[in-house]
Design a protein around this ligand. Structure first.
Ligand code: GSH
Length: 281
C-alpha cells in the first residue's frame, strides 16, 4: 500500500498551508503578494473562461457575496506553475480559494461547498434539505467531475492524437446522456427541482463550452436534441440573472479563443476532416 511519503507530488509540509493574512504571522513567505491582491477578503484565483472557476463564481453571485471575495488572476502571483502558486495548490490548477483565515483550498466543488457552509445564513442555501434530492445533486455533480472534466480538453486542447480526441468526444456524448438520466430523477427546471443548487453551478459552465464548441467545431446539430430534461434546464439557467452573467463571462473567453484561431492551432480543424472517425453526435 502506498503511503503519503511515497507519493512524490504530495508535499504535506508545504501544500495547502495556512498563509498569514494578518500581522501576527508576518513570517509567512507569501504575505506580501497576497496582501497586494486583497486584504481581509477571501481571494479566488480564477479567470473568466475557466469553467471550474465559474462554478464558484456562480455560487458567489447567487449568494450576493461579492464584497467578501476578491476574484484574482493567478498571474498576480506568477501564474499557475509559479513556486508561490504551487505552494498553495500543488496541482497548479485553478480555481483556488485563499480564505480570509488563510486556508488554501483548491478544487472547485470543495470551494463551492465551503462557500455554502461558511455563508449558510446568506442568500439561497443551494443545498437541498431532503437527503434524496441532495444525493441526486451530488450524483449529477460527480458524473460531471469524474467523467467529463478530465476529458473536456478534447473539445479545445492540442497535443492530442486524432483517435484519442474522437474517443474522448464519444465519451462526452455518452456522459451527456448519463446526466440527462440523473436530471430526469427530479422535475425541473433545475437539477434539484424548482430552486438552483450547487449542482447547477457545477454543470452549467461546462455546458457553456459544450453548447458553443460542439456545433461550431465538431458539426453537432443540437447538443440538447434527444435530451429534453437538459434542454429545459439549459433554458432556465440562461434565463437566470446570475446564470446569464456567468454565460457571458465564459462566452467572452471562448470568443477570444475563436478570434485567436485556437481550434486551427490545436489541430481540431484538421482532425475533424478525418472522416474515418465520428465527430458529430
Ligand atoms: N478538478 C479541478 C479541475 C481544475 C482544472 O482543471 N482547472 C483548469 C481550468 S478550468 C486549469 O487550471 N487548467 C490549467 C492547467 O491544467 O494547467 C477542479 O474542479 O477545480
Amino acid at each position: 500500500m502506498s503511503t503519503v511519503a511515497s507519493l512524490p507530488f504530495i508535499r504535506p509540509t508545504n501544500s495547502f498551508r495556512r498563509a498569514s493574512r494578518g500581522t501576527s504571522r508576518a513570517s509567512a513567505p507569501r504575505r506580501a503578494s497576497l496582501q497586494t491582491v486583497a486584504a481581509d477578503k477571501n481571494v479566488l484565483f480564477d479567470v473568466p473562461v475557466s469553467n471550474n472557476g465559474a462554478r464558484c463564481r456562480l455560487i458567489i453571485y447567487w449568494k450576493q457575496l461579492e464584497d467578501e471575495f476578491a476574484i484574482t488572476n493567478p498571474s498576480e502571483v506568477g501564474g499557475l506553475k509559479s513556486e508561490e502558486y504551487l505552494a498553495m495548490n500543488p496541482q497548479g490548477k485553478m480555481p483556488l480559494l485563499m480564505t480570509a483565515d488563510g486556508l488554501a483550498l483548491p478544487e472547485s466543488e470543495v470551494i463551492s461547498q465551503w462557500i455554502c457552509d461558511e455563508y449558510s445564513e446568506v442568500g439561497p442555501e443551494l443545498k437541498p434539505e431532503d437527503p434524496e434530492t441532495r444525493a441526486i445533486c451530488a450524483l449529477a455533480t460527480r458524473i460531471h467531475d469524474v467523467y467529463i472534466v478530465p476529458i473536456q480538453g478534447c473539445m479545445y486542447r492540442g497535443l492530442m492524437d486524432v483517435k484519442t480526441r474522437a474517443d474522448q468526444l464519444a465519451e462526452v456524448a455518452k456522459q451527456l446522456d448519463v446526466i440527462e438520466g440523473a436530471m430526469s430523477l427530479r422535475d425541473g427546471p433545475f437539477v434539484a427541482g424548482r430552486e438552483p443548487s450547487t449542482a447547477d453551478a457545477a454543470l452549467f459552465p461546462t455546458y457553456v463550452f459544450i453548447e458553443y464548441i460542439l456545433p461550431k467545431h465538431f458539426g453537432w446539430k443540437d447538443v440538447f436534441a434527444g435530451r429534453p430534461r437538459t434542454a429545459e434546464w439549459w433554458e432556465a439557467m440562461r434565463l437566470d440573472t446570475c446564470g446569464a452573467r456567468v454565460y457571458g463571462e465564459i462566452r467572452g473567453g471562448l470568443e477570444s479563443w475563436e478570434s485567436n484561431g485556437r481550434w486551427q492551432t490545436v489541430g481540431v480543424t484538421d482532425a475533424v476532416k478525418d472522416a474515418s472517425f465520428k465527430w458529430a453526435y
